[in-house]
Design a binder for this molecule. Sequence first.
Ligand code: KE4
Length: 434
Amino acid sequence: MTGPRSAELFRRARDVIPGGVNSPVRAFRSVGGEPIFLARGAGARVWDVDGREYLDYVGSWGPLVLGHAHPEVIEAIREAAADGTTFGAPTEREVRFAELVRSAVPSLERLRCVSSGTEATMSALRVARGFTGRDRIVKIDGGYHGHADVLLVEAGSGAATLGIPGSAGVPADVARNTLVVPWNDLPAMRALFAAPEHRGKIAAVIVEPVCGNIGCVPPAPGYLEGLRELTREDGALLVFDEVMTGFRVAWGGAQARFGVRPDLTCLGKIVGGGLPAAVFGGRADVMAKLAPEGPVYQAGTLSGNPLAMAAGLKTLELLARPGTYERLETLSARLEAGLRGAAERAGVAVHLNRVGAMFTAFFAEHAVVDYATAKQSDTARFGRYFRAMLERGVYLAPSQFEAAFMSLAHTEADVDATVSAAASALAACSSAGA
Ligand code: KE4
């Protein structure tokens, strides 16, 4: 049960904001109950408006890999704000930011800043279409890349099919140009590229190189390499949506971790350091198509915003320190081992996927390797587990089909406390026959 202030705020919010939230997943619809309203965060912890404390594994859906309100990030924002909040003109910070991002992710030969992951993926696909002169896009079943029409598309019937609208308001004509293929199914992707009706018509394949929006599902060995080979042979562009994985699973993102170089990359979340900033970029010859150099239009009032650049620069500078990703791996592996042990002792079937500091515990008897197997999870039991963890002071992502995130602010003691809470929560779930 949420506290009285959250309940009152949710009542007021629903009177003025659709669903009472500014982004649907925040409404707790898939886990039941009403959302908690948060008031403050510091390090690995957040407090709700009723003063309740939680260990936070959402981290604002990924950005807060340093934890909440990191003093050096806050100071960088404060310092930038003192000189003004936005200019709509080029500034030194965005040049330094672009140079630092490119030094970390060398495939970004040219890059442009935008204000959200949605803008980044939408823009990347437009420049891919402008560069190739082709219209079709291929996405993964269950892949989420923000809410641009071209990407709010679901699989139709059959394996690799013309997409159908994934949301009301998306015209069938738009969805028709997006093809949908299951994750980790290279034969299906090969068949799609071999089909005469698609030959020479596919502008790009866009993937999350580690799925995070069906829950965390890694690429099968050789899968990303297969996508790289197929797209290169066909002339389609390979787009890595690293909005979640960028600077999360490695300093250079999933493309560094798995050694596959895409043609275009989208970054978000962590690169903004908790403020609205995202990036798209890649091959110089492709990005040369962008206005004002080329014919592909893309723009943004607050693109490269000075405060977001300051937060992003400081965040990346701190992440660049030696030992960062080893530390994230140590903490995440400790949590994974603890949760596996707790599930075994509680006799609850849990399949845990993890890549670095992003992970998901699926309430499933089987391996989860794609959207179809993820959907076989016991989402009702996940909902009960989520609420039981919340009652025990642990804040997880309110959906079975989301990833959880470790931060550098978490400690071994926090991880061990989380495992203890999970042991109790799993026992409560299993004993209630829940
Ligand atoms: P935004 O437009 O929300 O900044 O980014 C869209 C996006 C693009 N690509 C990937 C791989 C993403 O995960 C996202 C956004 N992620 C969701 C949850 N996984 C954000 C939470 C929300 O929608 O409220």
